[in-house]
Structure formats: C-alpha cells, structure tokens
Design a protein around this ligand. Structure first.
Ligand code: IMP
Length: 186
C-alpha cells in the first residue's frame, strides 16, 4: 500500500516513515506546504487535506501539530510554528520563568482525503511537561523542552525510534494506518 504525505517538514517525513514501516505502507513524500486556515488543528488538517487531494488528484495525508502549554492558556497551540520561528524555545522558557505548573501536551491531527471524498481525521496526544532549560540534540523545534510523562529525558534526548514509540504523531499516524489498511475506496 502507498500513501502520499504532503509536508515541507523533513522531520515529520522521517518519523512517518518509521511508523508506516510497521504497517507495510509505503510513503511518497511531496515537499510542499499548503494553505493553513485559522482554526483548531482539526480545521487546519481537514481544509489542508481537501485542498491538496483536489490539487494532486489522488488520496493524500497532511498533518498539523502543535504544543499546548496549560499555564499559558494552551498557547502556542496552532501558532506553534510561528512562535518557534519568532520567540523560539528561549522565549518560551522566559515566558515560563515564574511558572510552577509546567504541564504541556503535543497534539497532532492527521487529515486524509481523496478528490472524491470528505476528509477523515485521526488525532494523537502525548502528555508531558516543559523543562527549565533545553536538553538534547535530537528531534526539532520544541523537542528539547518537552519531557513526556513518566520520563526524565526530553524528546530532544530521544532517538527518532524512541520518540516514535509514543509521540503524538505516532498515535495519530498509527490510527490512520490501522484504518487505511482496510480502506477500499479510491
Ligand atoms: P505544523 O504542524 O507544520 O503547522 O507545525 C507545527 C509546529 O509545531 C512545528 O513547526 C513545530 O514548531 C511544532 N511541532 C509539531 N510537532 C512537533 C514535534 O514533534 N516536536 C517539536 N515541535 C513540534
């Protein structure tokens, strides 16, 4: 089986390949962004999947994700990409310097769509906390800040295979993969 993943994020592609290997799903990557509407992750993934399925004339997936920090009223959330490019991890640490409640979660929404159907959405979340400084050289963006629940290491200290065991993206892509294995549409 094969699926086309539209994303301009190479890290997401590597993670997705590792996850789909377990399901015998071959991943074709198209290195492109897509229009992101205002809204929550589900809105963004739905609109994006529909848009690219029409544009490429075949079944596709897109994935929208973000980090949601409780004490910051779930900021940066859907603005994660923009905030990473502007404030960066140092800016987040500064915003949180006096905050004791470090709870945060990564959330992921995978959108699947074909040119003839409405989008299907698959969600994944991983619970954790924001550290007091950046740690680790693996991964990308917020990974060095985020300690998954029950672990002493940040995502930035985990290899891609370790992160793939329980990340938000693992959960959403795995839900999609289970569903897609039995998919008989076009
Ligand atoms: P988008 O899903 O491409 O809109 O980007 C969401 C943003 O959230 C990314 O650019 C990263 O800044 C952040 N993000 C999403 N998933 C991860 C992750 O697994 N690790 C670290 N940062 C992430």
């Amino acid at each position: 089986m094969k699926i086309t993943f539209i994303t301009s994020n190479q890290h997401k592609v590597k993670e997705a390949k590792g996850i789909f290997d377990n399901f015998g799903i071959e991943l074709e990557h198209v290195d492109l962004g897509y229009p992101e509407i205002q809204g929550d992750l589900v809105d963004v993934a739905k609109y994006g999947a529909k848009h690219v399925a029409k544009r490429f004339g075949k079944p596709v997936i897109v994935e929208d994700a973000g980090i949601f920090i409780k004490a910051l009223k779930w900021f940066p959330g859907t603005y994660s990409s923009y905030i990473q490019d502007t404030l960066g991890n140092k800016g987040i640490l500064k915003l949180m310097s006096d905050i004791e409640d470090r709870y945060a979660e990564f959330r992921s929404a995978v959108g699947f769509c074909t040119p003839k159907t409405e989008p299907e959405i698959f969600l994944g979340t991983v619970r954790g906390s924001i550290g007091y400084f950046e740690k680790g050289n693996y991964g990308f963006a917020y990974d060095p800040l985020f300690k998954p629940e029950g672990y002493e290491k940040t995502f930035g200290e985990l290899s891609i295979n370790e992160k793939n065991e329980f990340s938000h993206r693992r959960k959403s892509l795995e839900k999609f993969a289970f569903w897609y294995k039995d998919y008989r549409g076009d």
